[in-house]
Ligand binder design. Structure first.
Ligand SMILES: *[C@@H]1O[C@H](CO)[C@@H](O)[C@H](O)[C@H]1NC(C)=O
Ligand SMILES: *[C@@H]1O[C@H](CO)[C@@H](O)[C@H](O)[C@H]1NC(C)=O
Ligand SMILES: *[C@@H]1O[C@H](CO)[C@@H](O)[C@H](O)[C@H]1NC(C)=O
Ligand SMILES: *[C@@H]1O[C@H](CO)[C@@H](O)[C@H](O)[C@H]1NC(C)=O
Ligand SMILES: *[C@@H]1O[C@H](CO)[C@@H](O)[C@H](O)[C@H]1NC(C)=O
Ligand SMILES: *[C@@H]1O[C@H](CO)[C@@H](O)[C@H](O)[C@H]1NC(C)=O
Length: 494
């Protein structure tokens, strides 16, 4: 009891002390005062602009910052990163958990209509969408040698970005800080978190109040990710029991580098069964062009047709129908070295997909670019091949080990119908850390329904699936994604 009294006594003193520190406020020049296409009142403040991470090269990273619609002074700050590598994080802003839903205008010729998104992550957090590395989205460098980059340089630049960003917005420095992302950000998130922690340990200022991270369908480790597809295809009923037994036997349970010809040909049989599915969500249709010249199989690269045109959807709101720039075809997980571009994979044929048009149209409209302070002389692309990107940080497992051992909270979640980075890989690598299970595999719920399954480990590591979701969980399951995000930030069980 006495402790309680002392505690109550000290808190006002601490606050008094903080409030006499000089306070700066967010840069007014970055304030977004109106959003073309949105006619209502913004529920919170929005800022957008650049942070220079290298003065001599003129390397500038673009961010869009949405203040919390809840309690901005207390709610966590979250940095959001999309993957690729080469994809803009405004992908997350437009298609996943941003403050707006984008809809086609009713009248032809006019700009898109923006409505408020009831599941925006800005309801419970202050969220920064960062275009990274330079060359992606609206980020750029005046020295184009910067467009050749990799995991380590990207993490280092993003860390510099964070330090400078918090200097611009010092009022958010004491809020809990989290890093989140999906897909290839399965590499960005742990490598950046590791830089942040090294900085904290070394006394770098400003001191970031880093608490933990989230990764959705994240690239992690070539072996775990590479071995995940065959068990996924079997578990989902996409290949027969017989084929599963045969491929398992021929490959000795290891599918990433075929051990011999029998294994190779069994893997080809697996591919034949699944190659026409939509790789990002096996339940979604895959649009096939009627133009046969655009529909021929790309045999040389082994690129499955599921990569060529992604499915039409019944969803009422905009859903991105293509997701490329850089990615990896079936059974070709991210490996050390250069991550190929689509033109390289496609033997220089452009990928004849359509329909990232909502984001492309909006973000390339002059009045929008002006409103959000975008200043590139190139147009915005969802995913770019401007950069040459090297995977130079190896497996992420050692990063996850270090971060969780130090007490940083981690949520590894997977849309369980994604075939690009299947949940089977994430489930296997989280289990492989050897942490004690503290919350045994069980369903978790959203809106009174089972929304997926979760298993909790010691060191605040949680693995979780989102039932029926594809690669980009907040896009396919906005409500469930909002719930898992809010609970994670609040430190509550799922
Ligand atoms: C850009 O948006 C404005 C509305 O803010 C609209 O009047 C204009 O036609 C758009 N421009 C193009 C090229 O679509
Ligand atoms: C661009 O950066 C490279 C590598 O740092 C440097 O050698 C070169 O001089 C720079 N180019 C310009 C125009 O500054
Ligand atoms: C291929 O490798 C597997 C696993 O090591 C082995 O069981 C199988 O006998 C090999 N097949 C041939 C034809 O070498
Ligand atoms: C693809 O394009 C690149 C650069 O545009 C060129 O160097 C390469 O030779 C081309 N490859 C093929 C197979 O045509
Ligand atoms: C993990 O921690 C160990 C011990 O502090 C350190 O030597 C190693 O470099 C760290 N690895 C990574 C990937 O952070
Ligand atoms: C887990 O997180 C809670 C709340 O953030 C913290 O108090 C606790 O020390 C963490 N546990 C471990 C084992 O790091």
């Amino acid at each position: 009891m006495a402790g309680g009294v002392l505690y109550l006594f000290f808190v006002p003193l601490i606050y008094t002390f903080l409030s006499i520190l000089p306070t700066q406020s967010a840069p007014q020049s970055a304030l977004v005062t109106q959003i073309p296409g949105f006619s209502g009142t913004l529920p919170s403040k929005h800022y957008a602009g650049y942070v220079t991470v290298d003065q001599s090269h003129g390397r500038n990273l673009f961010y869009y910052f949405v203040e919390s619609e809840g309690k901005p002074a207390e709610d966590p700050v979250v940095l959001w990163l999309n993957g690729g590598p080469g994809c803009s994080s405004l992908d997350g802003f437009v298609y996943e958990h941003g403050p707006f839903n984008f809809e086609k205008a009713m009248t032809k010729g006019s700009l898109l209509q923006l409505q408020l998104n009831p599941y925006s992550w800005s309801k419970v957090s202050n969220i920064i969408y960062l275009d990274s590395p330079a060359g992606v989205g609206f980020s750029y460098s005046k020295n184009e040698t910067d467009y050749e980059t990799g995991d380590l340089k990207t993490a280092s630049d993003s860390h510099t970005f964070l330090l400078k960003w918090f200097e611009l917005y010092p009022e958010f420095l004491s809020n809990p800080f989290f890093i989140a992302g999906e897909s290839y950000a399965g590499v960005y998130v742990p490598t950046l978190s590791s830089e942040v922690v090294k900085g904290i340990d070394a006394g770098v200022t400003p001191v970031l109040n880093f608490k933990g991270y989230l990764v959705g369908n994240g690239v992690t480790d070539d072996k775990f990710d590479g071995n995940a597809l065959v068990p996924f295809a079997h578990g989902m009923g996409l290949i027969s029991d017989d084929l599963y037994e045969e491929v398992n036997k021929a490959c000795g349970g290891s599918y990433i580098y075929p051990v011999n010809d029998t294994c190779g040909s069994k893997l080809e049989e697996v591919d034949k069964n699944i190659e026409d599915l939509n790789i990002y969500d096996i339940l979604e249709p895959c649009y096939h062009s009627t133009d046969s010249s655009k529909n021929r199989k790309v045999t040389k690269s082994g690129l499955p047709s599921s990569f060529r045109l992604l499915g039409e959807t019944e969803r009422p709101l905009a859903v991105r129908k293509r997701m490329f720039g850089r990615a990896w075809p079936l059974r070709a997980p991210v490996r050390d070295g250069i991550v190929p571009t689509w033109p390289e994979l496609m033997d220089n044929e452009s990928v004849p997909c359509i329909n990232d048009e909502v984001a492309t149209e909006w973000l390339n409209n002059e009045s929008v670019r002006k409103a959000i302070h975008a200043e590139t002389d190139f147009s915005w692309e969802l995913c770019t091949s401007r950069i040459e990107f090297y995977h130079d940080s190896g497996s992420m497992i050692k990063y996850h080990m270090n971060l969780t051992a130090k007490g940083y909270r981690a949520l590894i979640y997977s849309g369980d119908h994604d075939m690009c980075v299947p949940f089977t890989g994430s489930e296997a690598w989280t289990r492989s850390l050897g942490y004690k299970i503290v919350d045994e595999w069980r369903p978790w719920t959203s809106n009174g329904q089972v929304a997926g399954y979760t298993q909790g480990y010691e060191n605040n590591l949680t693995f979780l699936t989102v039932k029926g979701s594809g690669h980009t969980v907040p896009e396919y399951k906005p409500r469930e994604a909002f719930d898992l995000f809010s609970r994670f930030l609040a430190g509550k069980p799922q």
